[in-house]
Structures are given as structure tokens and as C-alpha cells.
Design a protein around this ligand. Structure first.
Ligand SMILES: Nc1ncnc2c1ncn2[C@@H]1O[C@H](COP(=O)(O)OP(=O)(O)O)[C@@H](O)[C@H]1O
Ligand SMILES: [Mg+2]
Length: 560
């Protein structure tokens, strides 16, 4: 071999195994430890060694470059492999449900991720829509402002399980024309989300490649639910559920909710705008029970939650402001329901101007020198109500700071309760009491009015003019130029607040409220306000006080 070896090769190049390397990777030691001269140009050599060494160096440098390139190639190969793997995963995710989960999106390489984001078929609006689509409670209401993205979420939600063959979803609305709108939306969305999803108009049913089905139906009358007799659904959604006047259909269909697939969690879902024929039962079932977003257990044993919707949460409609403009032009009740998503306002409400935002305040300590008054409406079988007010001397605003609302109280019991509740007041508060309480007809003992007076309550007969009283309450609810209404109510008075929100107009006499509704706190407030109808202006109030003082009756027992 040595014979064939090129002449300029040194032994350590030809037989590298006999040599060890120094830290520069050069062969400088023989394995037996005998050093080779480092310089390569041995003392006394004729210069050839020098040339020879630099040549070697060049070769070695080349070798190193090759090695580095190989290393880089290997890394690149690894990257390609990872990339291939992630594409495989992506395809699998797409096959499963056609949509990227946030984790799946995150796992994608950057360039793919950007591409996926661009071609994403559906992306939930941040906030309530996202919360609704992620909710794990069995029964969820997504309710509030129009345009909040509720119906859209309703057609997306059943796709949760579109990759499971046993999945059966049913989307319901009150009427066929209304149903048409959401069917049209599904026709835009579903085929993009699932290639191969097929819609059959006759059955109003989508079939997905997995075999999963999403069906549309309407419930014009309660009896329409029997169309679903004997069926089982793993997902049932009611769009605009308040259009259903009773909970009959919901209850019936809840009994159809089940699945044979252990991987599927069955869900009931509904959306609604506030108001409508069924607002009452919907509010009672989903809204009055627990604060928004807080899950609770219903009496039927189902986990339940209410998610409020607002227009601002849907950038698709909120951005250009036109839709909002349109909602702003609606009459007050509808405006509050559809723009503010306010569930508190009732259809045909007498005090549409009443608003939590303007008229309800957080309690504060009433200064000792503020004038205090109270109004009492007595009832035994129905509630007795008493509301206490204080007048802010700076602008005459009436602050309702306390309420009593309780059934089955005898006159003496009511008096004692009031006395106890007034312990925090600097002195016993003057008030007005329903005139019926002063009437002797049919009673032998002292009247309620007399009983209360005996207990030390300073009371006058209330002015019971219903129509004037109602006008005065409207006057007080008006927002003055200062931006403050003339009445504000502590949020610790839920009964008065509820009555002012909900009390309906009398259908045959719109000048008055409907007396069949619960109106005891309202009446108490009306008496209170009527006892000082001109007192909005502090100067008027001064005059009133002077008048009252000059007319103070001799018989303090019976008031005046
Ligand atoms: N996540 C979303 N992605 C794309 N468009 C949306 C989304 N959410 C809502 N929209 C659009 O906003 C519009 C109003 O939403 P919709 O669901 O009809 O509101 P609502 O039922 O609350 O009145 C719809 O036409 C829909 O196209
Ligand atoms: Mg809708």
C-alpha cells in the first residue's frame, strides 16, 4: 500500500490509527506517545515540510466544511421530518372535526399556522360566544342583545360531535320562515367546515361524512313536539326560545336527550333576546337563579348556566355601527331588550324610563340632617310594604334607602318591625299610610293606622290619587339637567326595583298601572311621593316645611 501511496503523504495521514489527535484535530502524537514535530517543518528540513503542512491544513479545513455541511443537512432533514409529522397530525385533526382547535393551531409550524388562520372557516368571537361554545354544562342559555352572534353560535355548536357517527342534533325555532334564516347560514358554513356534508331539503337534515346528523325543525304549536316522539338526540338547541310561550316543548324534548355513544356528552342549548311570549319562564329558569356565567344545578338535576350576549361582542355587526343605530331608534322597551340585552324590562311596562343604570345606586350613609319620610301600604293576605326616603338637600333628589316587604303581618307586628328597622335613623321617621288603614268599616278594635300611631309612628293619611301618583313617579324618574334623576333607589330595595321595572300599564286605562300586578312597594312609593309632590325644588320644600309647621294640628294622635 505504501507503494501506491502518493509520495507527498506522510505516515500519519496514511496510517491515522497509529496517531492520536491534539486539541486542534491535528495528528501530532503517535499512539505510543512519541511526538511528531508540531511545526511540520522539521529542523534542518529543506522547506518542503512547510508547503506540505499548509496543504494538509487546507485539506483538513475542507474536511471540516464538509462535516459542517453534513451536520446542517441532518438538521434540515430532521426539520422536514417534523414538518411532515405535523402535516400528518393536522390532516388527522381536520379529518376528525374539520376545524382546528386552538391547541392544534398552536402546534402547527408558523407558516402553516398563518395559512390555516387565513383559511379558518369559523372562529368564535372572543368573550361570550367563545364561552357559549366551550360551555360544559348540560343546559345553557345564550341570551341578550340582538346581533350578539347568538344564532350563529347555535349552528356551530352541534358541530362539536360531527365526527361521531352516533351524533344526532336538532335545531329548533318557532316558525318555518325563521328557521329558513338559520338553515341558509348552515348552508354557507357546514360544507366548508366538512367536505362531504350533505343537506337534504325534504328532511331538513345534514348528514356528515361520519354519519352524524344535524336536523332543523320548528314548533309552531306545542303539539308539534310529538313529531319527535320516539327519537333520541345527543344535542338539542332552541334558537329564540322566548318565542315559545310555555316550557312545555323544552320539557318534552329534554326527555329525548340521550346518546348511545359514551364519547358524546348530550347538551341542551338555547338562545334568546329578552322579551317575547316566553320571557317569563325563560328568565325564571336561567336568569333569576344565579349570576351570569355561574353554573348552577336546576331543580331537574341538570347543570345550567346563563351567558349574556351584547352587540359589542360581535365585531361582525358592532364595527360599522349601523345596526346599533337601528336598535337605538326602537321604542324604549324594545331598545332596552334588543340593544342593551336587558332582561328586566317587561312588555307593556308602565315605567319604561326606569333603568337600573340611572335609578339604582349603591347604598351610602345618609347624613343625619337629611329629611326622612316613609310611605306605607298595608296588606295582610298580600304584602305590607314600607319604603323609606331621604332628601338630598343639595338638589332635592329623593333617595329611597330602605324597604320592608312582608306578608301576614298584623298591625302591631308591622308597627314593631318598622320601629326595629328605624333604629338606625336618628329619630322616628314621619310617614303616610294607605287611607284604608284609617277606615273603621267592619272593624271593632283600633284601625291599623291607630295601632301604628299608638306605637309612636307619626303618620298621615296618604293621597290615593292613582293617576296623579303615577304622573308624579314619572316626574321623579326623569333625568334632570344635572344628569341625575329626581329619585334614586338603593340596590338593597329589590322589591321596589322589581315592581318599577315590571309593573304593566292597565290595558283599559293606560293612565294607570295594572292593579292586578304586584304593586305594594309601588303604592308605598306613590304615597310617599304624593305626600310631597312639589318638593322637587329645595325652595318649594322649605315652603312646605313652613306650611306644615304652621298647620301642625292640635290632635297629634291622629295626624293631619
Ligand atoms: N364568529 C363569527 N364569525 C363570523 N361571523 C359571525 C360570527 N358571529 C356572528 N357573526 C355574524 O354576525 C351576524 C349576527 O349574528 P347572529 O348570530 O345572527 O346574531 P343574533 O342571533 O345574536 O342576533 C351574523 O349574520 C353572522 O354572520
Ligand atoms: Mg338570532
Amino acid at each position: 500500500m505504501l507503494i501506491n501511496a502518493p509520495l507527498d503523504k506522510k505516515d500519519w495521514e496514511l496510517n491515522p490509527d497509529n496517531y492520536a489527535k491534539d486539541e486542534d484535530g491535528e495528528f501530532i502524537l503517535k499512539k505510543d506517545g512519541t511526538p511528531r514535530k508540531k511545526s511540520g517543518r522539521a529542523k534542518g528540513s529543506k522547506g518542503r515540510g512547510y508547503n506540505y503542512h499548509s496543504e494538509t491544513k487546507a485539506k483538513q479545513a475542507a474536511k471540516r466544511t464538509v462535516k459542517e455541511k453534513q451536520k446542517k443537512l441532518k438538521a434540515a432533514q430532521k426539520k422536514v421530518d417534523n414538518y411532515k409529522e405535523s402535516i400528518k397530525k393536522t390532516n388527522k385533526a381536520l379529518e376528525e372535526d374539520g376545524v382546528f382547535s386552538p391547541e392544534e393551531l398552536e402546534a402547527l409550524p408558523k407558516s402553516l399556522r398563518e395559512e390555516a388562520n387565513e383559511s379558518v372557516i369559523f372562529k368564535a368571537n372572543e368573550g361570550p360566544q367563545e364561552d357559549f361554545l366551550a360551555a360544559s354544562e348540560t343546559d345553557v342559555l345564550f341570551g341578550g342583545a340582538a346581533g350578539g352572534g347568538k344564532s350563529y353560535a347555535m349552528i356551530v355548536d352541534p358541530l362539536r360531535y360531527a365526527h361521531r357517527s352516533a351524533h344526532r342534533a336538532l335545531i329548533l325555532r318557532r316558525s318555518m320562515p325563521e328557521l329558513r334564516e338559520i338553515i341558509d347560514k348552515s348552508r354557507e358554513l357546514y360544507p366548508k367546515a366538512f367536505h362531504g356534508a350533505k343537506y337534504k331539503e325534504v328532511e331538513k337534515m345534514w348528514t356528515f361524512p361520519s354519519g352524524a346528523k344535524v336536523e332543523f325543525g320548528f314548533l309552531e304549536r306545542d303539539a308539534d313536539v310529538y313529531r319527535y316522539q320516539g327519537q333520541a338526540y345527543s344535542w338539542i338547541g332552541f334558537d329564540e326560545i322566548t318565542h315559545l310561550p310555555t316550557e312545555f316543548a323544552w320539557n318534552y324534548l329534554a326527555s329525548r336527550l340521550r346518546t348511545t355513544d359514551p364519547e358524546i356528552v348530550p347538551y341542551m342549548r338555547c338562545t334568546a333576546n329578552p322579551g317575547g311570549a316566553g320571557a317569563h319562564w325563560v328568565k325564571k329558569r336561567y336568569i333569576d337563579v344565579s349570576p351570569p356565567h355561574e353554573p348552577f344545578m336546576g331543580a331537574d338535576g341538570l347543570t345550567r348556566k346563563f351567558i349574556p350576549a351584547s352587540l359589542q361582542d360581535n365585531p361582525y355587526l358592532a364595527k360599522d355601527g349601523r345596526y346599533e343605530q337601528m336598535l337605538k331608534a326602537l321604542p324604549p322597551t324594545q331598545r332596552k331588550q334588543l340593544l342593551d340585552g336587558d332582561w328586566d324590562v317587561a312588555e307593556g311596562a308602565a315605567f319604561t324610563e326606569f333603568s337600573r343604570l340611572d335609578h339604582v345606586i349603591t347604598p351610602f350613609e345618609i347624613p343625619l340632617h337629611w329629611e326622612r319620610i316613609k310611605g306605607i301600604d298595608y296588606g295582610y293576605a298580600s304584602e305590607s310594604a314600607c319604603v323609606w326616603g331621604a332628601v338630598d338637600p343639595s338638589d332635592g333628589t329623593l333617595i329611597i334607602y330602605r324597604e320592608l316587604y312582608q306578608k301576614n303581618l298584623l298591625g302591631t307586628e308591622l308597627g314593631e318591625l318598622i320601629t326595629n328597622m328605624e333604629l338606625d335613623d336618628p329619630f322616628s321617621v314621619q310617614g303616610v299610610l294607605d287611607t284604608a288603614c284609617w277606615s273603621r268599616t267592619g272593624t271593632t278594635g283600633p284601625t291599623v293606622g291607630e295601632t301604628l300611631q299608638k306605637q309612636g309612628h307619626k303618620l298621615r293619611r296618604a293621597d290615593k290619587n292613582r293617576i296623579q301618583g303615577k304622573i308624579q313617579i314619572h316626574e321623579y324618574l326623569k333625568i334632570t339637567q344635572s344628569g341625575r334623576p329626581r329619585i334614586q333607589i338603593f340596590n338593597t330595595c329589590p322589591n321596589l326595583i322589581r315592581e318599577l321595572q315590571g309593573i304593566p300599564l292597565d290595558k283599559s286605562n293606560p293612565e294607570d298601572v295594572d292593579t292586578r300586578a304586584s304593586d305594594h312597594a309601588y303604592d308605598a312609593l306613590r304615597y310617599l311621593i304624593m305626600s310631597r309632590p312639589r318638593n322637587a325644588n329645595p325652595l318649594d320644600r322649605m315652603r312646605d316645611i313652613k306650611l306644615e309647621q304652621s298647620y301642625r294640628p292640635v290632635d297629634s294622635n291622629f295626624g293631619y
